[in-house]
Design a protein around this ligand. Structure first.
Ligand code: SAM
Length: 770
């Protein structure tokens, strides 16, 4: 972001409410018209009218205008989105009206509505808009915003809003937005720009536009169509700001909004989890270090005493005998791998070897320090070298050197194909005594790629979202059109999203998705499609957008039989996992789907398998419809739900035993002492504790809403289970938060990169270059 030019600063904003409506607006009007020569010079020239308003605000009195800096962000948005119709809530003296209406006209737009409650201010807007020569596009609408919206809608003057700028009474942002949604003025493709949502803050607005479909649906069911008041969630000064001028600011219309609309949101100048400065996170790690040391040393002392007084159960020091096997677990830096290694350590006499890549020197894998491992190997990363060979070779070397009997592959998406190749090569090289929990290359090729997987599910005769593989922008447009023609009988119109087929999970997080309506592509849709550079080398999947909850599953398959299974609500961003009861019809339906895929694959199918589904019809009495959207033929973090299920190891050991040893009954997670909810404290500490606290401190959030998050944080701390911390094996936790992450943050600081997303459970950080 460019730095702010101090010479352009407005006069300081006066304390209290006396920074507007004290005669200064009329003073401004006189200032603008004080000299006929100046008036003639600036008439019809919006930029010069704005320059004179800026001059007044700099040299005379402060004005609560959007200003040059923030104004530029919106004019750039206008140039990009080219709205035909733009609406502004809160016009004041017309600064933003002139700036944006000029930009809209230049971008080919035809109408700019500015809604201003004060008749005096509205009169000033009219006078200045006239001076700027913009009366042909601008319509000044006097009255409370919701009444004006309703009137413009019912008279037919306003049918659709392409761009909505919210800059009026903060508690009315959500109620007005909902009204626009319900009236169909805001639809898919509409763009919202809201001022002051970060500072002084507008939590209800941010919450509303950022809620996913599920949260919006729940919220809309809870609040129904009652008139919502958000005043208590704002600092007093935001609520009373216009009190003198408009004593009552209650919403006049109860609106449910349109819960089916999901917004993409972007914060400019933010205090959000995404991109929290590395320094802050390093500081947090330092501040928490004494507490972690206290907890870890206490558990170490207790374990040592316990080990001394009890008959040693551990296998360290005991000589391996013929029944002791060597188990290799890859991906042990991630919670999923560590969970498997720990379960083996606690419940079998076998030797456990861990292996994983380490992104930079000194960012030691936390698993190196786990009591569960008898050895650790660093693998060459396929990401760093850009080649599969070094990774494959390093893994084969470990298998050979350690004479591994069973390899449990828990690696991540970046080595999906490589792991399958290692399994094939190792079976050839080390003979039938070597076994792997890893599907072979033929299965990975079928399931890993999104389009092949959907095709395969269709072949099995199961439901899928409408999906098209597209190798050019024209193909996308044609498919959107054909879809509309084929669905003319249906009441509901379909929306689509575009997913890159080549992108892996890491790149996917940086991808912005847009909802595309079926039918002829609008210029906006067309330019979005063009921006993706879809080609034969860069194919995309045009997939029907299913409005529903997203679920994921995890299963272990041995020789074509499902051995363990769990389903939960997708929680990629929240990092909270809670199992759905195996008796739940939804869980049963997902298991049935899994079994159909597994059965089709036959007896050579051994590995971890997980699916992502979107689900429609969960309401009582409706037909449940599962739409598989992706298959991940590898272990899922949801395996953490098996942390207290010791029978799981027997299912893995079954791989070493011959055919016929597979259990008939499918294992589901056994609830631990703290139930079946897992979280990662590092994630919650930042998102639910530190950031809300900082936001309150900087006045970005009201105390009430900030404390709501803090309460949730303590609730998790007391009743949920951390994915990494185990009392008998506490050092990986210490290393994760006080060595691994700080090293990674220091490295990204050195490289000048910002992070966009952190996954504490998989120890992955996604960076964006500056
Ligand atoms: C921050 S100022 C707008 C500044 C303006 N957008 C600009 O940048 O030049 C907020 C304006 O919203 C108006 N306002 C407050 N409550 C309103 C409501 N319910 N409906 C319409 N306007 C309202 C106030 O009178 C004030 O003029």
């Amino acid at each position: 972001m460019d730095s702010f030019d101090q010479t352009k600063a407005y006069a300081a904003q006066e304390e209290g409410t006396a920074f507007f409506d004290d005669g200064r607006e009329i003073e401004l009007l006189n200032y603008m018209y004080r000299c006929p020569k100046i008036v003639n010079k600036i008439r019809g020239k919006p930029s010069q009218v704005l320059a004179l308003i800026d001059e007044f605000a700099r040299t005379r009195k402060y004005l609560m205008n959007v200003g040059e800096d923030k104004g530029r962000i919106i004019t750039q948005l206008i140039a990009k989105k080219k709205p035909q119709v733009m609406v502004e809530l809160g016009g004041y003296v017309g600064y933003s009206t002139i700036l944006f209406a000029d930009a809209v006209r230049k971008a080919g737009g035809t109408r700019y509505f500015t809604l201003e409650r004060s008749p005096e201010f509205a009169a000033i807007i009219m006078a200045l808009v006239d001076l700027a020569g913009l009366l042909d596009v601008v319509k000044v609408v006097i009255g409370a915003s919701d009444e004006s919206i309703m009137r413009l809608y019912s008279t037919g003057e306003l049918r659709h809003i392409d761009l909505l700028f919210l800059d009026h009474y903060k508690p009315a942002y959500v109620t007005d937005l909902k009204l626009c949604e319900e009236l169909g003025l805001i639809t898919v493709g509409s763009v919202l720009a809201a001022d002051n949502v970060v500072s002084p803050g507008n939590p209800p607005y941010l919450e509303y536009v950022r809620n996913n479909f599920k949260a919006r649906r729940e919220k809309s069911i809870q609040s129904g169509v009652s008139v919502e008041h958000y005043e208590e969630r704002f600092p007093q000064r935001n609520v009373t700001m216009y009190e003198k001028k408009f004593p009552a600011q209650n919403p006049n219309f109860a609106s449910i909004g349109n819960p089916d609309l999901v917004y993409e949101s972007e914060l400019i100048k933010s205090f959000e989890p995404t991109g929290v400065p590395h320094v802050l996170l390093i500081l947090l790690s330092i501040v928490c270090l004494p507490i972690t040391i206290l907890i870890v040393s206490t558990s170490l002392v207790i374990i040592t005493i316990f080990d001394l007084i009890s008959t040693p159960k551990g296998r360290r020091g005991t000589k391996p005998n013929t029944t002791t096997k060597t188990i290799l677990v890859t991906g042990v830096s991630m919670t999923k791998g560590l969970t498997i290694a720990r379960l083996f350590h606690q419940n079998t006499p076998h030797r456990i070897i861990g292996a994983d890549t380490e992104p930079i020197p000194f960012a030691f894998s936390p698993a190196r320090f786990s009591r569960s491992l008898d050895g650790f190997y660093k693998l060459d990363s396929p990401l760093e070298s850009g080649k599969a060979q070094p990774y494959v070779m390093s893994l084969l070397r470990v298998i050979g050197k350690e004479k591994v009997d069973l390899w449990i592959s828990c690696s991540s998406v970046v080595s999906a194909m490589e792991d399958a190749e290692v399994a094939r090569l190792a079976e050839q090289q080390f003979g039938p005594q070597f076994k792997a929990v890893q599907f072979g290359p033929e299965f990975i090729r079928l399931l890993h790629q999104k389009d092949r997987f959907i095709g395969h599910v269709q072949k099995l005769g199961m439901l899928t979202p409408e999906t098209h593989r597209c190798e050019s922008g024209q193909e996308v447009e044609l498919d959107l059109l054909l879809s509309q023609i084929s669905q003319q009988q249906e009441k509901e119109s379909k929306y689509f999203i575009l997913k890159s087929i080549n992108l892996d999970d890491c790149s996917r997080t940086n991808m912005t998705t847009r909802l595309l309506p079926s039918g002829p592509a609008s210029p906006d849709t067309r330019s979005y499609i063009a921006s993706l550079n879809i080609s034969h080398q860069n194919p995309y999947l045009l997939q029907e957008y299913i409005r529903g909850y997203e679920y994921c599953t995890h299963s272990l398959v041995v020789r074509g039989k499902v051995q363990c299974f769990v389903a939960c609500l997708s929680s990629d961003m929240l990092m909270h996992y809670e199992a759905i009861a195996s008796s739940d019809p939804l869980s049963k339906a997902m298991l049935e789907f899994t079994e159909t895929v597994v059965e089709d694959a036959g007896k050579s199918f051994t590995g971890h398998l997980s699916f992502d589904f979107l689900v429609k019809g969960e309401d009582v009495g409706k037909e449940l419809k599962l739409y598989p959207i992706e298959c991940n033929p590898r272990i899922h973090t949801a395996v953490v739900l098996f942390q207290d299920t010791k029978d799981l190891v027997a299912r893995y050991v079954g791989v070493l035993q011959g055919e016929g040893y597979e259990a008939e009954e499918i294992l589901t997670p056994r609830p631990g002492r703290r139930g079946q909810c897992y979280y990662w404290i590092g994630h919650d500490l930042v998102t639910l504790f530190t950031l809300p606290l900082l936001s309150i401190l900087f006045g970005h959030r009201s105390v009430n809403s900030g404390f709501e998050d803090t309460r949730t944080f303590f609730g998790h701390l007391l009743t949920w289970k951390d994915g990494t911390f185990q009392f008998w094996d506490p050092v990986p936790f210490l290393m994760l938060y006080h060595v691994y992450w700080p090293m990674l943050f220091l490295e990204s600081l050195r490289k000048g990169k910002e992070w966009t997303r952190i996954n504490v459970s998989t120890t992955k950080v996604f960076l964006r270059g500056k």
